[in-house]
Design a protein around this ligand. Structure first.
Ligand code: SF4
Length: 249
């Protein structure tokens, strides 16, 4: 058998992104890439079904502009969307801009959100971030990740929600539902929200990215529930990698 081609292949220079890898790390790199390609194919099938079932998914937090969305997301930490909406309905009627929020003062705001857990700390953060938006950004909520993450009480997840929902950026915010669903389905396994986010950004086809975050949250909230996922009623059960599936009740 003529194996000259194999020797020639060994001599051929490696492409730049593979150069410098040992054989072991090259094999690892290739295995990881093949695994990611399989996950990307799975993700495409998952989002095709979620999109067909709910073409226009929407978040459940109520807001009237990017600033009130930012405030609502800050208030929603360790609280339910329904609980936050109950308090913000009256709040946003009187304070839907950073100026009006600052005018309420920390005490005034705390009074209006005291049905929400951790309301004192959240009131402090919301007043501080409103002040920063006024002083540094002329009252406009910044459309920039670094600027958002520098605001008091705002982390990567909150910035991702605002960038995606208010400004239409292709970001995926990984909350507890997204983290769980992405791991169970097998499309983006990871030990931390950041690992899952990075993997999701690699495997979700671009056309699904604008809504991906909402599809995964809604699926986690109503079907792939934390304690007992409703696998028997799940439209993804034949492609989901989670085992064992919950049997029909
Ligand atoms: S089959 Fe079960 S574990 Fe998999 S996504 Fe559906 S509900 Fe979740």
């Amino acid at each position: 058998m003529d194996l000259a081609w194999r020797d020639a292949a060994k001599q051929a220079p490696r492409p730049p992104r593979l150069a410098g890898r040992t054989t072991a790390s090259y094999k690892h790199f290739m295995a990881r890439n093949i695994a990611r390609k399989k996950r990307a194919a799975l993700a495409e099938a998952v989002f095709e079904r979620l999109a067909a079932a709910n073409p226009e998914p929407a978040g459940e937090l109520e807001y009237v502009n990017p600033f009130t969305l930012l405030v609502a997301v800050v208030l929603s930490a360790q609280a339910t969307d329904a609980g936050v909406n109950k308090a913000t309905k009256a709040l946003f009627a009187v304070a839907d801009t950073p100026e009006k929020m600052v005018a309420l003062g920390e005490q005034g705001l705390a009074e209006r959100i005291k049905t929400i857990g951790l309301y004192r700390a959240k009131a402090r953060h919301v007043i501080a971030l409103s002040r920063t938006i006024l002083e540094k950004y002329g009252g406009q909520t910044p459309k920039d990740r670094a600027a958002l993450e520098a605001l008091p009480g705002v982390g990567r997840k909150t910035a991702n929600v605002v960038l995606n929902t208010a400004f239409g950026e292709p970001t995926v915010a990984v909350d507890t539902h997204v983290f769980r669903v992405a791991n169970r389905l097998g499309i983006a396994p990871g030990n931390t929200p950041r690992e899952v986010e990075d993997e999701l950004m690699q495997v979700i086809p671009m056309r699904f990215l604008p809504h991906a975050h909402h599809w995964l949250i809604l699926h986690g909230r109503y079907v792939c529930k934390a304690r007992t996922p409703l696998c028997a009623a799940c439209i993804l059960s034949d492609i989901c990698l989670y085992e064992p599936k919950t049997p029909a009740g």
